[in-house]
Design a protein. Structure first.
Length: 574
């Protein structure tokens, strides 16, 4: 790879995988190309690490378009089914990434009145440092000094009211601008440290204006937060999110190969919730609370362990789940996967967005610390009681996320580029389905613990889709979780804040229940039909790696695929 006269990326034939391979190597070409793209994109984003950088977008676009051309040169009809699945997945990925670059460009344009003209000039300085390009100290000081005056101008404009936030769209733009300001501050701290002590003349010029900039950027961030968003003065926990809109949701559904409309998905969630409600009433009656299932839920919430014991409970519940799955020979659990998982604690600040456990290579445990208020302690303890934690532990560890991560690093790891919540979260929640069917919840309390999470996943579909359709506000989503699921208010707020923070796609929260339903339906087609044993089915799913479940279904059924395959599987009868 070289750079031409204007700094654009130019690709030599030697930089690419062979675009005209022998027929016997076509499958290898697609999988190898996927691996190359995964690592190259990671490196480009790491090098051009400022999200506001125009250069970053240009480099990514040039790269992705080049690789898309290369992919289409591979003869699809000469691929076997594994290769065809990879081809379809890779083409979807490239198209999606190019579309996201358009979205980034549009959203950055909306920030001009908030962070320009200073932001672009500062990014140029950062990129010169990244390239280790010769930079004249006086010129850099001029840029920094000018940027300081421009930041001060923004502060004045906010104070005198000439820079205002009058609409929800503008409010969302301000929220994104906060991230840019914070990013610039962090990067210029590193920038100054890079030259400090190594280039005396350069530092002589830039140290004063750079330190002034590092003083002003957080001031502007605070001013935006307090004056434009009105979430200062101790109210930094306000929830701000951007509804995607119906068209964007439909596009995401197409990319995930889901053959349902948003409205149909909401109907599925409501139907599943009705089943949960019926079962919850049965368990409530068994506990002596009759039809008052929320009273039964209160009883279960108060079954928490005393301070300092949560980590020991997690270990006990993890071993229980592993032993159960092994005893019933449900899936292969490699000894290293069963043994090598770590435990860490969730900070009080992180619990505001993640009130429950997180998992993967380690399990991150939510439980109150001595710094939290009495009310916060009780809500965290009640939200992570023993019956609630029983499901979250096996969801996060084995046979859930920890086992998934273990396997995808060892089998078809290149398919991690095609990560989807329907496969990742759907698999972990699917185990709650089949363990329920097997009677894993043997007491009314454990049944209520499992049903709480099942109701929760139904509610996630409803509130997340309705928010992105513009039919619910964040506050209405919180009330929905409290009313329909019985959440503690603090955990409901954390759930909604996490959902709309910008870290998750509009369909992410829907992926848990819908992905589980897809796996459950596929299991009936494969296992119940006698094509595979339960263990063979589970092992095959994990070894095939991440992908939309409709494509996994076609792969397991050895169904021919067209290169422009569209979603058609109706896995749930409405």
């Amino acid at each position: 790879m070289t750079r031409n006269a204007v700094g654009k990326i130019a690709y030599r034939d030697s930089d690419r995988t062979n675009s005209t391979p022998n027929v016997s190597t076509h499958n290898t070409d697609v999988s190898q190309l996927t691996t190359v793209i995964r690592e190259d994109v990671k490196d480009i984003k790491s090098f051009f690490n400022c999200s506001y950088s125009r250069t970053r977008s240009e480099r990514l676009r040039a790269y992705l378009e080049s690789r898309r051309t290369e992919l289409t040169s591979i003869p699809y009809t000469q691929l076997d089914q594994e290769g065809q699945v990879d081809y379809i997945l890779l083409k979807k990925y490239l198209d999606r990434q190019l579309g996201e670059l358009d979205t980034v460009q549009e959203r950055n344009a909306e920030l001009k009145t908030l962070v320009e003209p200073f932001a672009s000039k500062l990014v140029e300085l950062l990129e010169e440092r990244q390239r280790v390009a010769p930079t004249i100290g006086k010129r850099a000081a001029d840029v920094l000094s000018t940027a300081c005056r421009e930041v001060e101008g923004k502060l004045t404009a906010v104070k005198d009211g000439s820079l205002r936030c009058d609409s929800e769209e503008e409010r969302l733009a301000v929220y994104r601008a906060l991230g840019i300001l914070h990013e610039l501050q962090s990067m210029f701290e590193e920038w100054l440290g890079f030259y400090q002590g190594y280039d005396p003349e350069f530092i002589w010029w830039v140290v004063a204006p750079c330190k002034q900039l590092l003083h002003l950027l957080p001031q502007l961030e605070s001013s935006f937060r307090e004056n434009l968003l009105a979430i200062g003065n101790g109210k930094k926990d306000a929830i701000v999110g951007q509804p995607a809109g119906r068209d964007a949701i439909l596009k995401d559904l197409d990319e995930q190969f889901i053959a349902y409309t948003p409205e149909e998905l909401i109907c599925i969630a409501e139907k599943e919730y009705s089943w949960c409600h019926t079962e919850m009433l049965k368990a409530s009656n068994d506990l002596g609370h009759g039809q008052d299932w929320k009273a039964a839920l209160e009883h279960v919430k108060n079954m928490y362990v005393r301070p300092g014991q949560q980590i020991h409970l997690v270990r006990e519940l993890a071993e229980e789940a592993i032993d159960y799955v092994k005893k019933h020979d449900m899936v292969t659990i490699p000894p290293v996967a069963a043994e090598c998982w770590k435990t860490s604690m969730m900070s009080p600040e992180r619990q505001k967005e993640n009130p429950f456990f997180l998992g993967g290579e380690r399990i991150i445990v939510s439980y109150p610390t001595d710094t939290m208020s009495h009310e916060e302690k009780l809500m965290s303890m009640r939200g992570n009681s023993r019956p609630f934690s029983r499901s979250t532990v096996f969801h996060e560890l084995v046979p859930g996320h920890h086992l998934q991560y273990h396997m995808i690093k060892r089998y078809r790891s290149y398919r991690s580029l095609f990560s989807t919540p329907f496969w990742m979260e759907g698999w972990a929640f699917y185990w709650e389905f089949i363990l329920w069917d097997r009677g894993f919840a043997g007491t009314p309390e454990d049944k209520i613990g499992m049903l709480f999470w099942r109701m929760h996943r139904c509610a996630r579909i409803v509130f997340s889709l309705k928010f992105h359709l513009g039919e619910m506000t964040p506050q209405e989503c919180i009330e929905y979780l409290v009313t329909k699921v019985g959440h503690e208010r603090a955990t409901a707020e954390g759930e909604v804040r996490r959902s709309f923070s910008g870290s998750y796609s509009p369909l992410y929260q829907a992926g848990y229940m819908l992905g589980a339903l897809q796996f459950y339906a596929l299991r009936k087609e494969i296992v119940d039909a006698g094509a595979m044993t339960e263990k063979q089915f589970h092992d095959r799913v994990l070894k095939e790696g991440e992908m939309p479940i409709e494509l996994l279904r076609l792969l397991l059924q050895e169904t021919p695929l067209e290169p422009e395959h569209q979603a058609s599987w109706r896995f749930y009868n409405l």
